[in-house]
Every structure is written in structure tokens, then in C-alpha cells.
Design a protein around this ligand. Structure first.
Ligand SMILES: Nc1ncnc2c1ncn2[C@@H]1O[C@H](COP(=O)(O)OP(=O)(O)OP(=O)(O)O)[C@@H](O)[C@H]1O
Length: 234
């Protein structure tokens, strides 16, 4: 069997609503989605349709009201919060629109952090973080704190941090949404190169059709379901 076709993330029959009674808001209604090993998928959908909700469910930050979320073939709904947190740390990397770096730590320390939490030694974590900084062309900024970096540099550090533990799945929620178009294109190219070079599987929410077209395939949300999407048609 082709290893590349192995699913690393599967969402099946997902329902998610917010609120109660008359004010209930149904966001996902029987949504299905599969991300295969080594695949890059763009999630392009209008604001408020549930992109962040889908990513939060995929990353085990939220529970669905119905349906199954499998990470690496393991059904995660029935697991304890501790186990879900452990799977998230081991298997999922997140990049958000805003960098969420720890302000009191340097760029390299921010990238080392998840590796140290995962049990890697200091020297090994520093070496890997240093390589990632070089790969993202910000090796010269290693000892700077986030506030001393530009928006594009902050996002490159955040991307390096998200992939530091070689996650099974990379989830990115508008990773370049806070950047000017030129910087967004540069940062997205760096993200894409890193993902492809590492053979990572990635689900990336973006409003940017030019960036979405660079992924292996695109999906959108319509009536609470995930459907195929052609960004060229927009
Ligand atoms: N915790 C919550 N409580 C109530 N409503 C929520 C909650 N989280 C999200 N929503 C609502 O669910 C809908 C989908 O939100 P979500 O953030 O997933 O959309 P999105 O597609 O990511 O939007 P955007 O592109 O603007 O970030 C929105 O109408 C939002 O207001």
C-alpha cells in the first residue's frame, strides 16, 4: 500500500454547535474530512463559517457534539483530557494568526520549549532549533525576544516552533493573515518549503486564494460540511 495515502487525521460525521435553545448556532453538521500523510490542504471559507472551529476540533482543543476525530488512527473523543493533551503535544503542531510566542524567552528558546517538554536534552533541542532558525533564514535573530522581531520574523519563529517536534499533523489558522501581502507571500513560501522538505501533513486555513492554490488540494465549508474547492474559480 502507498504509505503516502495513510490518513493521519480523520474527522467523521462531526457536529458542532454553540449556544442553546432558540439561540443555537449550528456550525458543523455531519462534516467529514481526511488528511493523508504528506498531504497539504488549504481550508478556504468565508469568515464565520467554522474554519477555526474545525481546526480546534482536529487539534483536540475542543470536543465535537457528535462524530469522531482520529489522530494517527486513534479515536480521541473518549480519551481523558490528560491523554488528549499528550496526543496533542506529540502529534499536532499549531500556527495561529498571531504568533503566541512566549514574550520573556528568545526566539531559539521558544523553539526549544516544546522539545524540552517532550523530553529532549538541552543540547539536542538547541541544535534542532538552531537548524530550524537557519532554515527559516532568521538564524541571526536567535537570541532576540519576540518583541524585538518583525511580524514576519515572529511568524517564522512560530512556524519553526510548531514543527520542532516533527508533528504528525500541522494545523495553521490564517498563519499569514496578520502580515502585509509581500511578507505573507514570503512567510507562506517558507512554511510551504519546510512542510514539503519535512514531508509533513498540513491543514492550513487561509483567505488568500493565491496561497491556497499552492497546496495539494483545497476544501471549503458549505452548510456545515467540508467540500472540495477550486480557488482558481473565485
Ligand atoms: N465559543 C463560542 N461560543 C459561541 N459561538 C462561537 C464560539 N466559537 C465560535 N463561535 C461562532 O461560531 C462561528 C464560527 O466561528 P469560527 O471562529 O470557527 O469561524 P471562522 O470561519 O474561523 O471565522 P474567521 O475567518 O472570521 O476567523 C462564528 O459565528 C462564531 O461567532
Amino acid at each position: 500500500m502507498n504509505q503516502m495515502k495513510k490518513p493521519v487525521l480523520t474527522l467523521t460525521g462531526i457536529d458542532r454547535h454553540y449556544g442553546q435553545g432558540e439561540s443555537v448556532l449550528s456550525i458543523l453538521k455531519g462534516a467529514n474530512f481526511t488528511l493523508n500523510a504528506g498531504e497539504t490542504v488549504a481550508l478556504v471559507a468565508p469568515s464565520g463559517t467554522g474554519k477555526s472551529t474545525l481546526l480546534h476540533l482536529a487539534g483536540l482543543l475542543e470536543h465535537p457534539d457528535a462524530g469522531e476525530v482520529k489522530v494517527g488512527g486513534l479515536e480521541c473523543n473518549g480519551l481523558s483530557d490528560e491523554r488528549r493533551t499528550a496526543i496533542r503535544r506529540e502529534s499536532v503542531g499549531f500556527v495561529y494568526q498571531f504568533h503566541h510566542l512566549l514574550p520573556e524567552f528568545s526566539a531559539i528558546e521558544n523553539i526549544m520549549m516544546p522539545q524540552l517538554i517532550a523530553g529532549l536534552g538541552m543540547a539536542e533541542a538547541r541544535e534542532r532549533a538552531s537548524q530550524l532558525l537557519d532554515y527559516m533564514r532568521i538564524g541571526h535573530r536567535a537570541s532576540h525576544r519576540p518583541a524585538e522581531l518583525s511580524g514576519g520574523e515572529q511568524q517564522r519563529v512560530a512556524i519553526a516552533r510548531a514543527v520542532a517536534n516533527a508533528p504528525l499533523v500541522l494545523l495553521a489558522d490564517e498563519p499569514t493573515g496578520n502580515l502585509d501581502p509581500e511578507t505573507a507571500s514570503y512567510v507562506f513560501a517558507a512554511l510551504e518549503a519546510l512542510v514539503r522538505q519535512s514531508g509533513l501533513s498540513a491543514l492550513i486555513a487561509t483567505h488568500n486564494h493565491d496561497l491556497a492554490r499552492r497546496m495539494d488540494r483545497c476544501v471549503t465549508l458549505a452548510d456545515g460540511k467540508v467540500i472540495a474547492y477550486d480557488p482558481g474559480a473565485a
